[in-house]
Design a binder for this molecule. Structure first.
Ligand code: DQA
Length: 145
């Protein structure tokens, strides 16, 4: 069974606990990863995690992703809204991917309502906080089964 999922966090996600709590709550990235790992195990996934603030590195992680994962959960942070480089790298990865945002990007500024990766993803979850990652994993389980 295909059960390896790579959870990729992009720019500024390592600063979660210092960002506006009305959007991101009070959780830190290490705490978030513990929660996601738990969801992953509940659903029968083996999860690996990455975070970078460097766009090229995020692209290179996507290039290598098919060697170590069957599916992707992506929260690229602000890159979501404008990085065609990441969009193209996701196309290269050619893995089932779900886009996740902790905050309700569609209810925030207009520029956050644009996602250049959405058309390549099997689903998008936003505004559900930490629980959104469980939904994303459930979508991938469905897709891989
Ligand atoms: C985010 C939403 C983005 O607009 C923002 O730039 C982030 C985090 C979220 O998880 O809600 O860095 O992806």
């Amino acid at each position: 069974m295909k059960n390896r999922v790579e959870v990729m966090h992009g720019v500024n996600l390592d600063m979660l606990e210092r960002r506006p709590s009305e959007h991101y709550g009070h959780i830190s990235l290490p705490e978030l990863e513990v929660r996601i790992n738990r969801f992953a195990h509940e659903l029968g996934f083996e999860a690996t995690f990455s975070q970078t603030n460097h766009e090229g590195e995020f692209c290179e992680l996507l290039h290598r992703a098919p060697e170590m994962a069957d599916a992707l959960v992506l929260n690229p942070g602000a890159w979501t809204h404008y990085s065609y480089a990441i969009r193209d790298a996701l196309e290269v990865a050619a893995l089932p991917a779900v886009e996740v945002h902790l905050s309700d990007v569609d209810g925030r500024e207009e520029w956050r309502q644009v996602s250049v990766i959405r058309e390549l993803c099997v689903g998008t979850v936003s505004g559900k906080g930490v629980e959104g990652y469980r939904d994303a994993l459930a979508m991938l389980k469905e897709k891989l089964s």
